[in-house]
Write a protein of this length. Structure first.
Length: 503
């Protein structure tokens, strides 16, 4: 394995490997990395919403005062049974493994399971009502709740299948510890079962060369195992390859497993191993299946699924509205660009998104058509430190381009990237591949989230020439992200844009 020095110590020679991976992107699937608690809470909410709607249809009348009277006089009795139904639904849903990590089944199977769970819970509730002899419960409310909740729960799961929803639809990157027969079988199984939503990035093993089986049928080069390094390289490997889970297939290597857990915890990376106690590490840990492979979760990191869903939903809705409202401005700018200089209206460039995946970023063209070929001759005028490239009075920028940049109008087409899910309204700036290849390992943390139109750097340090400031603010955003922070940054972005600080 080729090594180099990163940050003053031996490390992985990652730039060659990661640049190739970045230019090809990361696979995405329709599988969801949604926390089981979030799914169960969301289902609980939809069941109760269905109960309110069903009760309103059955008893809601006339004026608000009449509705309120009926609500308080008859609803409380129904709410007790609605609560019982929601609890029964949750229990039966867990029994059918609707919330079982790490992946949900395909949509049709989910829909069938939802219907089965709804009918089973409804039958159990009806049996309880019959045995109790309570004849005051409206059968219309019960039936309406069951039907509406089933429809809403199926629609909710269909919504979660849309690309980019909540940022939760990309494959989870996994690293397998142990490149022996067990590790090889696990990798082959995950590769052949893409619906589970895992992308195997490679192996960590005691040896750092490709391991092969002795059988002739398995000596084919297609079965060579990509050994990314040893356990001592784990921190770099997790950062470089954006590892979400470490899968250990060496159940007898207790000391090795303890070291893997300790190193993975530094990054909040999940660790799974085959069933064992590992000197108390797995004591009380539930046994979970990954397809046909039983595993024990030794460490996990909860996903803020609700906030991520809110963020992605807001991105999709707001970008769609903005594109619709701003379409006349788009047309005017497009005409002015064609009149101002020769060349296309849009400037499309390859950028790096979350976990190094590639996408085409759209902007209005603000430079002459041959701007890229002239960049090398202008390197001596660069005003930014290190990796970044920026010239205040760039001779390649057109007259109209200066106006568009001053008021950030050139970035409006990126709303289309936001709508598609490649970008978010708020997040780190998406780097170009050349910049990405020059990153140190610690810089890769800024790629753990979806890039955005605006962010901490754009709001607070837009004129700074320091690459370190730029990275520091992006990593601070990754570490402190919340929906409220996004709202604050969007509000402050309007002030920055109206101040005309772009250049």
């Amino acid at each position: 394995m080729t090594t180099s020095y990163i940050g003053g110590r031996p490390g992985l020679h990652w730039r060659n490997a990661i640049s190739t991976e970045a230019l090809h992107g990361h696979p995405r699937t329709g599988a969801h990395a949604i926390d089981r608690n979030f799914l169960s809470i969301a289902d609980f909410f939809w069941v109760w919403l269905s109960g309110f709607i069903a009760w309103g249809i059955r008893f809601g009348v006339g004026s608000p005062s009449d509705w309120t009277h009926y609500f308080w006089s008859s609803a409380s009795h129904h709410w007790a049974f609605l609560y019982l139904y929601s609890v029964l639904f949750s229990l039966f849903a867990y029994a059918r493994k609707l919330y079982m990590p790490p992946r949900r089944p395909e949509f049709m199977q989910q829909a069938i399971d939802v219907v089965k769970v709804s009918l089973t819970a409804a039958f159990a509730l009806s049996t309880f009502i019959y045995v109790s002899g309570d004849k005051t419960i409206s059968r219309g409310v019960i039936g309406g709740t069951v039907i509406l909740s089933a429809l809403l729960l199926i629609a909710w799961r269909a919504f979660l299948l849309f690309p980019g929803v909540g940022g939760l639809t990309e494959a989870r990157n996994v690293l397998i510890v142990g490149a022996g027969p067990a590790g090889k079988s696990l990798r082959q199984y995950l590769d052949e079962t893409p619906q589970l939503g895992y992308a195997v990035k490679g192996f960590v093993d005691r040896r750092t060369h490709a391991r092969r089986s002795g059988s002739s049928s398995e000596d084919d080069s297609s079965f060579a195992q990509p050994i990314l390094g040893s356990v001592s390289d784990l921190e770099s490997i997790i950062r470089i390859h954006f590892i979400d889970e470490v899968l250990v297939t060496l159940p007898t290597a207790r000391d090795l497993i303890k070291e893997v857990v300790a190193r993975s915890r530094l990054f909040g990376t999940q660790v799974r191993v085959v069933t064992d106690l590992y000197d108390g590490l797995a004591l009380g840990a539930p046994i979970e299946s990954m397809g046909q492979f039983p595993t024990v979760m030794l460490h996990s990191r909860s996903i803020p699924a609700l906030q991520l869903t809110i963020k992605r939903t807001a991105d999709a809705i707001l970008s769609a509205i903005a594109l619709l409202l701003l379409s006349p401005i788009f047309l005017v700018i497009a005409i002015l660009i064609k009149l101002d200089s020769e060349g296309p209206v849009f400037y499309n460039s390859v950028r790096l998104g979350k976990k190094g995946s590639t996408f085409t970023c759209h902007k209005f063209r603000t430079m002459v058509a041959d701007a890229e070929t002239r960049k090398e001759s202008l390197q001596h005028l660069n005003e930014r430190d290190g990796i970044l490239f920026k010239i205040s009075n760039d001779p390649r920028v057109t007259k109209l381009g200066r106006f568009l940049r001053k008021w950030s109008l050139d970035e409006l087409p990126q709303l289309w990237n936001v709508l598609k899910g490649d970008m978010s309204l708020v997040g780190p700036r998406p780097p170009v591949p050349d910049e990405y290849r020059q990153y140190a390992v610690e810089h890769l943390r800024r790629l753990e989230v979806v890039p955005g139109l605006t962010g901490l750097w754009q709001v607070y340090s837009r004129q700074s020439s320091s690459f370190d400031d730029y990275i520091k603010l992006d990593i601070e955003y990754v570490d402190s992200w919340s929906v409220w922070l996004d709202i604050t940054l969007i509000a402050k972005t309007f002030y920055v844009v109206l101040a005309g600080t772009g250049r």
